[in-house]
Ligand binder design. Structure first.
Ligand code: ZN
Length: 344
């Protein structure tokens, strides 16, 4: 209902004002430091602080009105401020209310053409994710990339994405009454990864399990050609001498090798799979769920399953579940077993 929506907007605005404090207003906020008590207030009021860029050469945002600004060809909700990063560099952050932030996430993560239930599941999972990242001791909460959640402000919004955020307002994934540490990636490749194997922390709702939903989707299987020039120095492959074999080693229970051993005439070189992926390019070797690695004169041919870390919700699997009629809560329950839906 329009009235409710408008009321919610007004509440967001009041929250924003309260969180930034009188000193930071009237806008522009460009010269204001969102630090100390301001940061604590921002977190308490659920203002998400998104790091847009860092360095001294960052272009100055342009204020459009009290609640929008433009920067780098995009338009954003909320305000902006500069912070001093731990690295000593200057950071430009967008401070934006929780659901206004999610508006800019959902259709950056998923196509607005995807099923409504899938988008709502993404909204619930994304809301929970960012809540787990909001800590006052940090100078910002999230980046705008796959390192956290994709976000490009109003420029990346869609009617369907905003509707998913509104329809799930206040709903999160909960474990024992607290927000869960949710995770998601593009495609698990048929079996999700265990958070313990990826990040070292075991969680009862981020275990590995078979996902039949994503089979046959566009990112389910891939093959990559990686030239030696790209990786051999980074991975110290010349030390092996002439390569005569490659072995996938130390398989996790989810079927992902922890390392790849290059066997050569001089020695064997063992490379952690994550390092191989980083050296080849994260979008070239799309996951650590490797199936085969073969060496030939020109380089490596690598095949694998899925795209991304594979922990938690598989977006392509969720797309198929939504297409078959599953609800958002059913999708969330499937990908985060042992959790319930909670409220913030
Ligand atoms: Zn999957």
């Amino acid at each position: 209902m329009p009235d409710c929506a408008e009321s919610k907007k007004e509440m967001n605005r009041r929250t924003f004002v309260a969180a930034l404090g009188a000193a930071a207003l009237p806008l522009p906020l460009a010269a204001q430091e969102l630090a100390g008590d301001g940061v604590v207030a921002a977190v308490n009021e659920r203002l998400v602080r998104v790091l847009l860029a860092s360095g001294d050469a960052v272009a100055e945002p342009k204020q459009i009105d009290a609640w929008h600004f433009s920067w780098n060809g995009r338009t954003y909700r909320g305000g902006y401020a500069y912070v001093q990063l731990a690295s000593g560099r200057r950071g430009l952050i967008n401070a934006v209310s929780l659901d206004d932030y999610l508006y800019g996430v959902i259709s950056r993560e998923l196509s607005p053409e995807w099923p409504k239930a899938t988008q709502e599941a993404q909204a619930i999972v994304a809301r929970t994710y960012v809540l787990s990242k909001m800590r006052p001791e940090k100078t910002y909460d999230v980046l705008t990339t796959d390192s956290n959640q994709r976000y490009a402000g109003i420029t990346s919004e869609s009617t369907a994405g905003r509707a998913a955020v509104d329809a799930t307002a206040g709903t999160i994934v909960a474990y024992h009454g607290a927000p869960a540490q949710t995770a998601f990636s593009a495609c698990c490749g048929g079996r999700t990864a265990d958070s313990k194997d990826v990040w070292g922390s075991a969680l009862p709702y981020l275990k590995s399990f078979v996902d039949p939903n994503c089979a046959g989707t566009p990112e389910y299987r891939w093959e990559a050609q990686v030239p030696y020039d790209t990786v051999q120095q980074i991975l110290d492959l010349p030390r092996a001498g002439t390569l005569h074999g490659v072995e996938l080693k130390n398989m996790t229970p989810s079927g992902r090798p922890r390392s790849v051993v290059f066997e050569g005439s001089a020695s064997s070189v063992e490379v952690p799979t994550g390092e191989l992926r980083a050296a080849a390019g994260m979008k070239v070797v799309r996951s650590t769920f490797l199936r085969t690695v073969t060496a030939s004169a020109g380089g490596l041919t690598i095949s694998g399953n899925g795209s991304g870390h594979g922990v938690g919700m598989c977006q392509w699997g969720a797309q198929r579940m939504g297409g078959k009629g599953a609800s958002a809560s059913e999708i969330v329950a499937f990908y985060f077993p042992n959790t319930t839906l909670g409220r913030v």
